[in-house]
Design a protein around this ligand. Sequence first.
Ligand SMILES: *Cc1c(COP(=O)(O)O)cnc(C)c1O
Length: 358
Amino acid sequence: MKEPFALINLNSIDENIQVIKKQASEKLELIAVIKADGYGHGAYEVSRIIEKNVSILAVARLSEALSLRKQGVNKPIMIFSGLNSVEDLLVAVEHRILVVIHSLFQLDLFSALPEEAMLNCWLKFDSGMHRLGLSESEIEKAILIISKQYRNVIIDGLFTHLSSAESDLQRTLYQLRFFESASRGKSFKTSVTNSAGLLSKYKCFQDYGRLGLSLYGVSPFIDSIGKDLGLKPVMELKAYVISIRMHKAGEPVGYGGKWVSNNDTKLAVVGIGYADGYPRSISPGCPVLINGKNYPIVGAVSMDLISVDIGLVNNVQELDEVTLWGPKLPVEIIAKSAGMIPYELLVGVTKRVARVYS
Ligand SMILES: *Cc1c(COP(=O)(O)O)cnc(C)c1O
């Protein structure tokens, strides 16, 4: 079938990990973030490739962790968003999930733990992002409550999340200092940085780095692409030319007819649209790659189709492959054209698009 697909190069993930490990301190262990189905790459397939190179896998929610367990993934899995009910707690214990404690109310759930149950958790400290996390005094309180009341709960580590690692050095340094002071004198493992923090130059003392976007070969910084950082993009989004048509000067294209051609030209209609996760906010002029050459999108992105201006002289034929983003057409560039960030594009590739692994 000539339908859109996302080609996932699993070897590139391995290579990206090696590149990042080389830049980090030797002792740094990695937490691989594979939430949102591995940023659209397939959490299970990604986990199989990386499990030998990382210490912990992380997802946002319990259901994501359970799905991996059901598929036979045995590595430690951490759930960033934590727990909110006794039912979830018992399931987490049964499946050996590392839970995150970000609010004191979660400690009350522990009273439902059976005596013989063991639970490992990480405490999340709010060092300045002000989204989830315990304050300095709440951290002390949590440690006290757990050590006094819940002998079967083990605190593995203390972590925090940076709000502006890719954009604001002052704020980041403030958060790093605040975390350091909150973790001083405690014997827990620590984790601070996401991809942007890990790939930045400042010194950060931590046992585990958390690795999301960069694992998939994409830059977390606004002014660079993965290649600039030595990374290889893992996903290539592809579709096919399903029709080539003559188009007359002065005629509009697509819904709303906002784009009007200045010249007689040829258009390639490509079978991909916003129902596949190729966003409607992409502006005309955004490049697609056909037979090694960039051509601009014209007219509005529709649900299943886009139109591309290939000019009167070209080497494009019906059923030719089209690359929407990938190693030769950085997703960071496409994201800019859509007024989005690359994270959104990767996780936005819908179920209708087959994942093909190489
Ligand atoms: C998603 C997430 C990460 C990974 O961030 P990247 O920028 O993709 O590396 C790290 N930590 C937490 C808490 C997250 O939610």
